[in-house]
Design a binder for this molecule. Structure first.
Ligand code: 2PG
Ligand code: MG
Length: 422
């Protein structure tokens, strides 16, 4: 195994025009690779910390120059000349160097950039596709392609809060291929855009991830309109195209109550509301149905949804092995939303995946609202056998980079899409 010759990083901009990092890794045999780091808006409180410059005169304090300097300085000095035979070895070195529980010193963005760039360099060095390298990392082999979950309508923090819930997503449940799934989703998106033009009389602006963001009167109107768009595109709701919802409820949970569409709901009332949605609409997955700290009620939510929809934890679990273990012991969820930047290194994210998989949970590999043109997420979703992938909508290139990479992997591997739901 060659040694690390050099790591460094550059501050670049993400899809929202905010700074993020692109990290580079060079090995002693001349192999070079780079990877870009995503960033969230509706972040969980337990997420690893991104290093931001805090200089209000530049990018509103969000600059990543310090994080880039950490990569090219302290991290480079520590890794230079060392040979790492595994991702786990490299990541352990990064964690030791940072020395904090939440990556606050060097920054989770700095650590993840190096972790990803090293993975890509290792794949290139071994002359295997990146998805195969990710599969090798977790001792698995690519078996299926992830089923798509694609943003149709957005609200919450991604769309200025015109509707409290964050995303209504389309799940092409009958599609046998990524190609077929994308065609179905694009048809529903077109039908929805046309209906919104008729209804609201204007070309609608899109949210951070490219979802349509009309001023619906509330969450249920958003769900009903999604069903109408599926029908208008000629599909059978549920059987051919189903729905998933990211409620992102931590962001409207105040003083123990859920502030939803003018009502103030207790946790039990919120659970009853979500169950009624799952009964009345073709919803197969509910993400962050309760707030990230409403631990006492998550088991009840899972029981209420069980057999109808997945109880998916995003902010709730934060891709954090300790939170996942606690949720497992409490029976508080049955699906993990996996975002590597929530935890900061590939090795820790792999441990989160292992825990979820061993418990028989479904795993969704997810992008962030702040993305780049990098496409490693598609390889990760295939290599780690994600049941689903969540990338956003179909109108922006930072999302399409991942969908197009999935099409490429599909053409190369001929793998079929994971059987789900059901
Ligand atoms: C989410 C993600 C992606 P963010 O909540 O699931 O949609 O959003 O990256 O802003 O946390
Ligand atoms: Mg979420």
């Amino acid at each position: 195994m060659p040694t690390v010759r050099r790591v460094h990083a550059l501050e670049i901009l993400d899809s929202r025009g905010r700074p993020t990092l692109k990290a580079y890794c060079e090995l002693s045999d001349g192999t070079r690779a780079a990877a870009s780091v995503p960033s969230g808006a509706s972040t969980g409180a337990a997420e690893a910390l991104e290093k931001r410059d805090g200089d209000g005169a530049r990018h509103a304090g969000l600059g990543c120059r310090m994080a880039a300097q950490h990569v090219g300085g302290e991290i480079d000095t520590a890794l230079r000349g060392k040979a790492f035979t595994s991702q786990a070895g490299l990541d352990a070195e990064l964690l030791k160097l940072d020395g904090t529980p939440n990556k606050a010193r060097l920054g989770a963005n700095a650590l993840l950039g190096v972790s990803l760039a090293f993975a890509r360099a290792s794949a290139a060095q071994a002359q295997v596709p990146l998805y195969q390298h990710f599969a090798n990392q977790v001792g698995d082999k690519p078996r299926t392609l992830p089923r798509l979950t694609v943003n149709l309508f957005s609200g919450g923090k991604h769309a200025g809060g015109q509707v409290p819930i964050q995303d209504v997503l389309l799940v092409p449940s009958a599609a046998k291929t990524v190609d077929e799934g994308l065609a179905a989703v694009c048809a529903v998106y077109r039908a929805a855009a046309k209906r919104m033009l008729e209804r609201f009389g204007m070309r609608l602006l899109t949210a951070d991830e490219g979802g349509l963001a009309p001023p619906f009167e509330g969450a249920e109107a958003m769900l009903a309109e999604a069903v109408a768009a599926i029908e208008a595109a000629g599909f059978e709701p549920g059987r051919e195209v189903a729905l998933a919802v990211d409620v992102a409820s931590s962001h409207f949970f105040e003083n123990g109550l859920y502030h939803l569409d003018g009502a103030k709901l207790s946790s039990a009332e919120m659970i009853a509301k979500l169950r009624s949605w799952a009964e009345r609409f073709p919803i197969v997955s509910i993400e962050d149905g309760l707030a990230e700290d409403d631990w006492a009620h998550w088991p009840e939510l899972r029981r209420a949804l069980c057999g109808r929809a997945l109880t998916l934890g995003d902010d709730f679990l934060c891709t954090h092995p300790k939170r996942i273990e606690r949720a497992l012991a409490a029976g508080a969820a049955d699906a993990l939303l996996l975002k590597v930047n929530q935890i900061g290194t590939l090795t820790e994210a792999a441990e989160a995946r292992r825990l979820a998989r061993n418990a028989g949970w479904k795993v969704t590999i997810s992008a962030r609202s702040g993305e780049t043109e990098d496409d490693w997420l598609a390889d990760l979703a295939v290599g780690w056998s994600g049941d689903q992938i969540k990338v956003g909508s179909i109108t922006q290139s930072e999302r399409l980079a991942k969908y197009n990479r999935l099409l490429e992997i599909e053409a190369e591997t001929h793998l079929s899409v994971a059987a789900w739901p059901g």
